[in-house]
Design a protein around this ligand. Structure first.
Ligand SMILES: *Cc1c(COP(=O)(O)O)cnc(C)c1O
Length: 340
């Protein structure tokens, strides 16, 4: 059976590097949305907890409920209908209108738009939002923003950073006026954290770097991160392909000599994106994908019982003209995950 192998040592290696950059383990929230970027939310949560991580970030309540016992604080990024109470959960408020729909005593993190213009209130709505949060008897536990361009070689990152500093000052003033305790401040994803020399937020929300990838502009410092996930396929059948015979849909791969080919049990239905005759891909051991990838199968010039399809998503990201995030996140949650 095809499977995903999670390399625990590599994940811990990455968390080590990240906590040094952030200052401590307490200053990291691991981002586990979308099944921990395809790695397996339960498997990754267990290791993160063992390492000493106390905070996590997920997309919705369904994900949060799966990992409730692993962390002290779980930030839920986009759940519109939130009606569950837990001391552990903190729901992100993305607009003023959302405030009135949240049940009293819920922990909330207020998202402020500092330039990405995707979600969040604007800086000049801060007073209105915090007043609304108080009136609704919500518990303001965090103030956050998100960077749109921390991975790019330009000044965007710095003006968003400056905007967030102004937000912090304003929130401090408002909280003193209203006799409110100070919420936690957080703004950095992986790229932003590694661009920050003196990290002074309460914590960073780190996703892709913990899984071993970094999509920053090549001129930034190289960081010794190690990919955590590898994908393995199992052989279904082997045959001899005679000269001028072809394999797969459309018969697009034709051999000019007798070769041995095997079919393996992975395809784009498992989230291993389709490769066709216009692309060429070799596995880490050098086996070539022959012809088009089917929904549940692919063919390789190999006879091995098990083949590692990839252990570094970057080569595939290049072929598919995308980023490492997409290659790992599309992997099916149905695939077996094995931690070694
Ligand atoms: C996904 C996400 C992150 C993590 O980003 P990485 O680039 O993977 O580190 C952080 N914050 C928010 C709001 C996110 O949606």
């Amino acid at each position: 059976m095809s499977k995903i192998i999670i390399n625990k040592r590599n994940y811990i290696h990455n968390l080590d590097i990240i906590s040094k950059q952030a200052g401590s383990k307490e200053k990291i929230a691991v981002v586990l949305k979308d099944n921990a970027y395809g790695h397996g939310i339960i498997e990754i949560s267990k290791i993160a907890k063992e390492f000493g991580i106390k905070k996590a970030v997920v997309k919705n309540l369904k994900e949060a409920l799966k990992i409730e016992d692993f962390f002290e604080d779980i930030i839920i990024l986009s759940e519109i209908n939130f009606h569950t109470y837990s001391h552990t959960f903190h729901i992100v408020i993305n607009s003023i209108e959302q405030i009135h729909k949240i049940p009293k005593n819920t922990n909330v993190h207020l998202k402020v738009d500092t330039g990405m213009h995707r979600n969040g209130i604007s800086k000049n709505q801060l007073k209105e939002a915090i007043d609304g949060i108080c009136r609704q008897n919500l518990n303001l536990t965090g103030i956050m923003t998100h960077h749109r361009g921390a991975d790019g070689l330009n000044s965007e990152f710095f003006w968003q950073k400056r905007n967030f500093r102004l937000v912090k000052e304003e929130v401090k003033r408002i909280c003193e006026q209203l006799f409110l305790p100070l919420p936690k401040f957080h703004s950095c994803n992986s790229a932003a954290l590694f661009r920050t020399a003196n990290f002074d937020d309460d914590f960073a929300r780190v996703g892709i770097a913990s899984y071993g990838y970094f999509e920053n502009h090549p001129s930034f410092d190289k960081i010794d991160l190690k990919p955590v996930l590898s994908l393995w396929a199992q052989k279904v059948t082997t045959r001899v392909l005679k000269k001028n015979q072809s394999v797969g849909y459309g018969g697009t791969y034709k051999t000019d000599k007798n070769i041995i080919v095997s079919t393996y049990d992975i395809g784009y239905g498992d989230g291993f994106l389709r490769i066709n005759e216009n692309q060429s891909y070799k596995t880490p051991k050098g086996y070539k994908v022959l012809g088009r990838i089917s929904m549940d199968n692919l063919s390789l010039d190999s006879q091995d019982e098990e083949v590692c399809m990839f252990d570094d998503a970057r080569a595939l990201a290049k072929i598919h003209n995308t980023i490492s995030y997409e290659i790992v996140t599309t992997l099916s949650s149905e695939l077996k995950r094995e931690v070694i």
